[in-house]
Design a protein around this ligand. Sequence first.
Ligand code: NAP
Length: 559
Amino acid sequence: MSQSQANGHVYENQGTTNAQDAVEADSTSHVEYDAVVVGAGFAGMYQLYRLRELGLSTRVFETGEGVGGTWYWNRYPGARVDSPSMQYSLSFSSEMEQEWKWSEDYSPQADLEGYANHVADRFNLREHIQFGTSVTSAVYDEKSGRWIIRTDRGDWVSAKYFITAAGCLSATNVPNFKGIDTFEGQWYHTSRWPAEGVDLTGKRVGIIGTGSTGIQAIPKLAEQADHLYVFQRTANYSLPSNNKPMDPEFERDWKESYPVHRQRARESVVGVEVPAYPDRSALSVSDEERNEVFESAWGNYIALLSTFNDIAINPESNELVAEFVRDKIRQKVKDPAVAELLAPTDHPIGTKRICIDTHYYETYNRDNVTLVDVKTNPIETITPKGLRTTADEFEVDVLVFATGFDAMTGPLYRMGIVGKGGLPLQKKWEAGPRTYLGVSTAGFPNMFMITGPGSPSVLSNMTTSIEQHVDWITDAIKYLQENELESVEAKVDAEDAWVDHVNEVANATLYVKANSWYMGANIPGKPRVFMPYIGGVGNYRQKCDEVAANNYEGFALSQ
Ligand code: NAP
């Protein structure tokens, strides 16, 4: 055992014996922890910090060689957060909040990775994190009431609490393109971009995917490449970030009243403080007034979908914003045929994640950029020299897959989680994720999911939602300890009611109309279910707090 495992207890030759295959007696030694956390992004690091405060021995397993999660992996050119830097940060330490300086309104990847490293160093978290290690199975052993966690290093540990902090968008998706193995050039998924970068000078580059990632990467790739081919299947709505260097006066003002801003974000709908608009329909005002309102929000894109109260629910109101954005695209792109291809028409605006860009549409005015419509003429095969669609062949040196993620459930399934009765999580959720509050699932005692399906998570500012979940989970564990309870587990009826509620609020919106990753629609065979909770961050927090205040109503607590 290494010194860094010292916070857990080492047990020699004591593998548990009664549980499922993966738990069977093991001749190797293992360490017993109070808690195992998977992932060392903001969620995992803050959870570790809070559990350490409670005095729990905790091990964090992290696949990467460094902290930062999303901001460790997503190093593609142009990667940048789309929540304001002053709000996309952790609030638990007011000292750190005051000390830290963000250089831009919307932080680039390098700043966020730097910040994550600062968090790890400032709070001495690294000694509890095992890097370069992926969890391959986590199995609940009913006899001992402990989780048995195995890793790709061939070792195993046990823990009373098993907490997933592996992010919602960490399981990469490379579609199963025919011929991919024959490609003679280099290819990269954007979320596995090499830390040392890729020199694209003089190269012919092809990028597949025009979601948030592609839209951020394309302007940067176009600057470097000899020629860039953008293979677009579905056009997305993108709004300008209007990013700029941080204004010191704005920063000072914000820091002076940080607690007030944070509280507003916590009580908001999406976990970010946004300007308040009058509570009225987009159909209730004149065209002129409506356009003025949209124009004002164009400078603060987070507000655009909140300018009127029915954009997410009334197709007519939604179409008015959508057409406003399409007009902006037409104004920016010189070639009308290219502009029309870039103007989305197949889904209501906002029902797929809105993209935020810096000079995305303008990039199509460059001579070295070609937009290829792979909806009309789908990609047939990757070839040794490039890619063939049903209409044309393209020779490229580098292929970039900005093809997204197996969102929300993907990272959990890759951990091989098995609950009571040997039931794999994937099996329990085969018709779609079933959780109570998005933090727990029946049959998986003492397991908590940070920003799991059924919580606001990806529909919110992640740092706001991460902190809320970590605080709630920590309080729940503290409650167990103080009341000498051994386990907490969601009750099936509470879970059923929560799933019904999650579906009911989603079905009242236009979100369910889009083939989005929120619906699992980007992964062949994945059940079509709206996964996050759309009822709002503030409402959700209130519900979680009520459950806790009522002695964890809806959970079975056992001694
Ligand atoms: P994504 O939104 O799922 O986009 C994937 C893209 O790949 C889509 O354009 C998709 O087309 C295309 N694609 C997938 N399979 C294809 C195929 N077989 N042939 C042709 N095209 C194919 O993934 P993403 O862009 O990585 O974004 C995922 C999420 O990450 C975002 O929604 C956002 O939540 C987060 N993100 C945030 C930021 C930020 O904060 N600034 C930046 C990047 C990502 P279809 O639409 O036709 O399927």
